[in-house]
Design a protein around this ligand. Structure first.
Ligand SMILES: [Zn+2]
Length: 164
């Protein structure tokens, strides 16, 4: 199991990650391992720098807890557009265990990325799904949710808490 890096000042978490030039077997293996780590921690998203690789790869568990829940891996994800409408929501992060806060994010986004099969894809998403992907892309730029959050507080993890 990959170790998840923690801490607001961790150097790897604060670094800007580089684009992936080629999706080779090492990238596919990393994605597989990230899915395992996210699952074992009840996370809904994970970015490669959180497991020690400063490359632009994220995974997101979309529609968490719903019948159509799906884990999507995104290589070189980019937000192509985001709605002016924003909403605040509670966030936690696997790299900042026990910390929570309110973060204002765009309600809808269009994200472009390359799938692990090498296909260019565009997805429109809203609400929690859009929040998860915005949080993960921030990780690729060395940004943590506490940089943007208000009302930061500590709280023990509860069973239905979703960490991004
Ligand atoms: Zn996070």
């Amino acid at each position: 199991m990959l170790e998840i890096l923690t801490g607001e000042t961790n150097k790897t978490l604060r670094e800007k990650s580089v684009s992936v030039a080629k999706i080779d077997s090492s990238i596919k293996k990393l994605i597989k391992e990230m899915v395992k780590s996210m699952g074992s921690e009840n996370g809904v998203g994970l970015a490669a720098p959180q497991v020690g690789s400063n490359i632009r790869v994220i995974i997101a568990r979309l529609n968490p807890g719903e019948g159509n829940e799906i884990i999507v891996a995104m290589v070189n994800p980019e937000i192509a557009s985001c709605s002016e409408e924003k909403e605040a929501g509670e966030e936690g992060c696997l790299s900042l265990p026990g910390m929570w806060g309110q973060v204002v994010r765009s309600r809808e986004i269009i994200v472009r990325f390359t799938s692990q099969k090498g296909q260019d894809q565009t997805l429109k998403m809203e609400a929690l799904n859009a929040r998860i992907v915005q949080h993960e892309i921030d990780h690729l730029d060395g940004v943590l949710f506490v940089d943007k959050a208000t009302g930061i507080h500590e709280k023990k993890m509860e069973i239905d808490d979703l960490q991004i």
